[in-house]
Design a protein around this ligand. Structure first.
Ligand code: SF4
Length: 335
């Protein structure tokens, strides 16, 4: 029976969930497994940052490694969607591994920019998060030319050898608002800074953050983001939701929370977080399947939410990335 003290309405963000880069990486790993006919397949780093996707592949027999030396000589390894540094590529060649690269094409763009600027003698400021696979991979392109900027404070304090030869690039999954603030500080301090026309934050990150903000504008009083704790994309979506909610419900202490959950099980016992609200917004990060998202939708419906509306801010249905050429060759060889 419907609980009278339960949100009447849930809003679903659109787009949400798998982006074209994640779709492609999952497809690559599935196809490598199929083509390699029962051979042990390795993935260098989590193929995408989602515990459920990784677990499913582990059940299918894929081994995930954090150190490339753990892949036995001559075996097949897939590079994750987050990209790898030249050092890893070199070590892969040396050990004669059969590699297939599932790096998202949008992550490759900052790699190319970094290489180009380093060759021209520039120092490159990289806005990103320390320790993230993508940051390690991109900064590994020119470690002696790069400086990591994580915060506005870093931007205020960074010292560079030659302010006239300075370039900027960014991680693809940042918060657009935070990045804009950091870029503004850098541009004010270094007028000669060469920056890409738009930051390297990708379309999927931008659309998912815009869709979360649209739900808050439309009336969501709390937001639930489905995504794993090691997903940068998921954390930024939660932060964007929290900031939008704070601005809207300034001073209203019972409204305005944004939650990040890995799956529906994390909601059990948390009914009191939502029971006083009228509208809750739901979305999922770029590495989360629609199946996992719908489990959360059902959790709200089972408890009495009756009206389900989609907040569509962009159509991504036509965005697809071609599969890597080496995968197509591997498939031809296996038939
Ligand atoms: S979030 Fe963006 S950069 Fe990352 S895999 Fe998806 S499309 Fe590529």
């Amino acid at each position: 029976m419907k609980d009278k003290r339960w949100p009447e309405k849930i809003l679903l963000a659109s787009p949400r969930g798998f982006c074209a880069g994640v779709d492609r990486a999952i497809d690559v790993l599935n196809r490598v497994q199929a083509a390699d006919g029962g051979e042990q397949i390795y993935s260098y780093h989590q193929i995408v940052h989602n515990t459920h996707v990784v677990r499913k592949f582990e059940e299918q027999g894929v081994k995930f490694v954090e150190d490339i030396s753990m892949v036995p000589q001559g075996k097949t390894v897939v590079f994750s969607a987050h990209g790898v540094s030249p050092e890893i590529r070199e070590s892969t060649q040396k050990r004669e591994l059969n590699w297939i690269d599932a790096t998202c094409p949008l992550v490759e763009k900052p790699h190319r920019e970094v290489k180009k600027f380093a060759e021209q003698g520039y120092t490159i400021l990289y806005i990103g998060h320390a320790g993230h696979d993508e940051t390690i991979g991109t900064m590994g392109e020119a470690p002696n030319h790069m400086i990591l900027i994580e915060t506005v404070e870093d931007a205020k304090n960074v010292q560079v050898p030659n302010p006239e030869k300075l370039a900027l690039t960014t991680q693809t999954t940042l918060s657009l608002d935070d990045t804009a603030e950091i870029v503004a500080v850098l541009k004010a301090r270094f007028p000669h800074l060469t920056a890409p026309r738009s930051e390297d934050v990708c379309y999927a990150t931008q659309n998912r953050q815009d869709a979360v903000k649209a739900m808050v504008r439309k009336g969501a009083e709390a937001v639930v983001i489905v995504g794993s704790s090691n997903s940068s994309n998921a954390h930024r979506m939660r932060e964007v939701a929290e900031q939008a909610l704070k601005m809207k419900f300034l001073g209203e202490t019972k409204k305005g929370s944004a939650y990040l959950i890995d799956d529906v099980q994390e909601l059990d016992g948390k009914e009191s977080f939502f029971s006083h609200l009228n509208v809750v917004g739901l979305s999922s990060a770029a590495s989360v399947s629609e199946e996992k998202f719908q489990e959360v939708v059902n959790w709200f419906k089972e408890r009495g939410s009756r009206i389900v509306e989609e907040e569509v801010v962009a159509d991504e249905s036509k965005i697809h990335f071609a599969s890597p050429q080496r995968l197509r060759l591997l498939e031809q060889q296996s038939f």
